[in-house]
Structures are given as C-alpha cells and as structure tokens.
Design a protein around this ligand. Sequence first.
Ligand code: AMP
Ligand code: MG
Length: 608
Amino acid sequence: MGSSLSELPKSSVFTSKLPPDPAFETPESSHGAPRETLGPRMVKGALYTFVRPESAEEAELLDVSPKAMKDLGLSPEEEHTSQFKELVSGNKIFWNEESGGIYPWAQCYGGWQFGSWAGQLGDGRAISLFECTNSQTNVRFELQLKGAGRTPYSRFADGKAVLRSSIREYIVSEALSALGIPTTRALAITLLPKSKVLRERMEPGAIVARFAETWIRIGTFDLPRARGDRELLRKLATFAAEDVFGGWGTLPGVVSLPQSQPSDVDNPTRGIPRDDVQKHQGVEENRFARLYREIVRRNAKTVAAWQAYGFMNGVLNTDNTSIYGLSLDYGPFAFMDNFDPQYTPNHDDHLLRYSYKNQPTIIWWNLVRLGESLGELIGAGSRVDDEGFVKGGLTEESAPEAIKLAEDIIERTGDEFKTVFLNEYKRLMSGRLGLKSQKESDFQELFSEILDTLEALELDFNHFFRRLSKLAVCDVETEEKRKEVASVFFHTEGFGGIGYTDDSARARIAKWLESWRQRVLEDWGLENDENRRKSMMGINPNFTPRGWILDEVIERVERQGDRQILGRVMQMALNPFQEEWGIDKEEEERLCGDVPRFKRAMMCSCSS
Ligand code: AMP
Ligand code: MG
C-alpha cells in the first residue's frame, strides 16, 4: 500500500497564496542566482523566500521512520529508491526550468526569545520542498529539510545541523507522535560525512527530512505585527483559517465559562458561517476571534500532554510555538527522569523560564503575544470587513472600544485555555492511573500526592506509571503487601531525598497505593482488574527516549559506526507500549530500565 514518491500528490498552497520575498519573486529568479546570494538579510512584506537546498556530497541515508512513510502515504519500498535518497538529502527538487513544478522555500518569521523581542528569525536552516497529501487520509503535510544550507534567515549561522541534534529530533519527534502527542514529524535522517560543522567542537553534519501539517508558528504573526504590516497579518490569518485549519467553519463557537460542563467546553459547536459575529455576554466574537481560540485550544491540549507525559520542549520561544498545537523545534528538550517540577533540560535557562512547571504559563504567555498580533482584527468585531477598517485600520474614535473588546476576548480565552488544559490534563492523568471516571478529589488525593511523593523520594516519573500498570489490586490489598510492593518504584540503588528511612518511604507510597486501590476498584471492580491493567499498559509507555539513551545512540552512530542502533531505537520509540520488541532482549531491558544514576536529568545547550 502507498504510492511512490513521483505519484504522491504534491502542492504548494503556501507559496501560491502568500507573498514571496520581493528580491526573488519567482522560482526562476532564485534558481538563476548564485547560491551565496541567498544568504542572510532582512526580508519585508513577505512570508518566505524561494531557495534551493545545497547539494550534498556522499550523503548516507541512515534511517527512515516506517510510521512516517505510512502517514505520508508512501509505499515502504520507496525508501530504497535513489529518488528517495536524493530527495531527503537535498539533492533532488521537483522543479526544473523547462516544465516548472514546485520550488523549495524558507519561511520568514520573528519571535520572542526568553521574553525579549528578537526581530526577524525565519527558517535559517530549514527548507521546505513541497506539500503532499496522503490520498487515503486526505491529510496534507509540508515536507522540509533541516540542515540543507543557508537561507536569507540564517543570520550569523551556517545553515547546517549536526548529527547529534539531528538524531535527537529524528527519534524524539517520532516518539511523541507514537504517544499520541501532536508534533512535527521526522521521515528520514541522512549523514553528510563531508560536511564538518563547528559547534563546541567539529562535528559531522546531517539532514533531517521532517514534515508537519503546517510550520506556521506564533512568531510568523509576531513579525508583521512588529513591522505594522496589517495587510500581511490579515492575509496570514486568513490563510491559517482557510488553508491550514480547513475553513472558517471548522473553528469553535462560543462556550460559556465557567458555567459550561467540561464536555461542552471540550466539544464546542462548530460550523459557524464565516461572517457570523457571535454575541456572548455582550461581547462580539468575529471569525478572527474564533481563529485565535482554536489556536489557543490546540496549544492547551498539547501542553497538557507534555505535562502528563513529562516532556519538556526546553526553548518555548514564540518562534517555537506552533499555531497548530504541534510540539515544535527539537533543541534542548527532554523527557523527565526523576520527577522534578523545577527541571529544565536547557543548560542556558538559568531563570528556569522553560522548566517543567512553567510550561503551561509560558505557552499562555506566547498565546497572549498572538492575541496582541491579532488584536486589531479581533477588536474590530462586526466591523472587521468595513472598507475603512480594512484599508486604514482603527481610527482615534474606534480604537478604545476595539482595544477593550480585544482585551476582553483575550482574557476570556485565557479562561478557556485553563479549562481546556485542565480537562485534558485530568483526562490523561486519570488514564495514566487507570481510572475510567473522574472525581473532584482525584486531583489532590491521587495526582498531587503521587507527584509530591515522586519528587520527595526522587523517583522516576514515567517508570512509576508503567510499574503501577503491572500491579494487580490484589498485590496491594493489605498494608503489609503495599509496603512490600512499594519498592518496585525504587531505583536499583533505592530512593533519594532527605529525611526518609526505608520504612517511612515505603509507608508513604503504601498510603497512596491504598487510595489508588479504592479508586480503581470503584471504577473497574475486582473482576475487571486484568482489563484495567491492559488499558494502563496501552497508555503508559515502557520505552521513552531519555537523554542518556539518545547520548548512547549518538555515540554509537558517530564514533562506532553502528548503523543498526538507530532503527532499533526507532522501532522501540514507535511502539512504546510493547513489553518487548524481539530485537535484543538484554538491550531492550537495559534501555527500558533504570536510568543510570549519574545520567539522570541531563542538560543540553542550544548550539545544535
Ligand atoms: P532555535 O533556537 O533553534 O529555534 O533557532 C532560532 C533561529 O535561529 C531560527 O530562525 C533558526 O532557523 C535559526 N538557526 C538556528 N541554528 C541555525 C544554523 N545553524 N544555521 C542557520 N540558522 C540557524
Ligand atoms: Mg526555532
């Protein structure tokens, strides 16, 4: 099943509907220019520049994600063709001077980095090749290469990516996808042995072929807003609604907070006609407000999933925050080892801005920046299509009212963010603990208490849930049994923290296990305990690619010439709930087992 690369339906909706860099208005003008002239500069009034990948010498295709092939609608054999290898290494584009086709491009955007406005950023080392649609699922993706050379957005950098960070992105973006967390994806990783890249040391270069429903981020809106380019903002917002989300009618209608039931908030009415302005408690919501709310809702769900699975992005700048709610930009990210809410995987994040516990707040901070970019369109309410407004914007008389309206909507959307976030977080955490229903008291008695316990005893977050999944309620029937069994959550060397003895550590876990046991019995009954365990095993991964595992894979690929390990770890990452994978039992157990003591909570620098 699946089609060949040539048969795959391709498009370029992004470049055909949005304005190009005026210096290279057509593919021909870019193609005819020497490659060096496509280097860093300021680009105004545009959302992209046509730019081709640099040709790669002696490129070696290292690995391909089978799940990515399937989701793109490519047949599995396709990865062995020379066309495929050429494509994912940047040596083939689907365009030529005679018959045209689709010319590659790099996106222009800006961003707020660590709380400060950073100006124009853009795809400094990412080049999109085309969009393609899976004809079975009808999902359209934009395929792009990361590390394929400089673009007008490379600023002071070289347009390259090192093997180390490419391996990390390749494995972990696919791992998140397998956990059901919205993310950009990775199709293939190619080694460029001839390309030596200088970071803290000389390193081999690589290219990740990656894809996403869209690569538009909050930073894409930030830049025209900073430049006062109202026309471009409107075009971009319209493009997002019509060509990314699938039409204005897909966007959510008004929900009443806090009165609404969680289920109504989770499933708002959709299908509202484009020009309808909905009134809600005297406040007018036009289509741009609905667009804003859709973006907010998606991000609320994604950050809830990060919290529930202990994933940290590490650099949540607005240029790394997707409008589609995708996990985006795999730099100094990590999966949590021991539960520590203060932990940030980013070595340079001294203020802990992007730490685990701050992620929801920071995502909201980023979304407020988006609210400001869309502020004028949202604030115009029912006058958003008036000729005077479209051409000239707000007047002195209309501005105060529009600002008030935009502020009201952003504030109310903040409540929606909290509600959607909490609903999703509770849903996922209940699932992780094996609960079918949700009770008000679960949050305090089960979620908070176990997180505090894991933190106090310095125990592993994801291992806890997997090991809990394997316990039968009859294993925790009596206080004696609970204390006995408590050590399944310990590390090989025991537990950490201050002030606990073996007995008091076991007692704390045992107490929690008793509350948990009662809730599980309430939801499933004794007779269905086996089903409860099965359900938990399908929610709580056995394998998560932690920092130490990625380091080992990098070491083996880079220094030991091991080519098998990538595919093996990818297979585990793509099937994270399995007990075993039939590859190498001893290795699988080691990779799923206790994180070696001095390799926990590793940190990474941004230089990749
Ligand atoms: P990041 O911190 O990875 O989100 O990157 C911020 C900006 O710097 C983005 O616009 C990147 O495209 C750009 N960038 C990062 N590394 C490089 C590089 N090696 N070459 C060119 N641009 C880069
Ligand atoms: Mg980025």
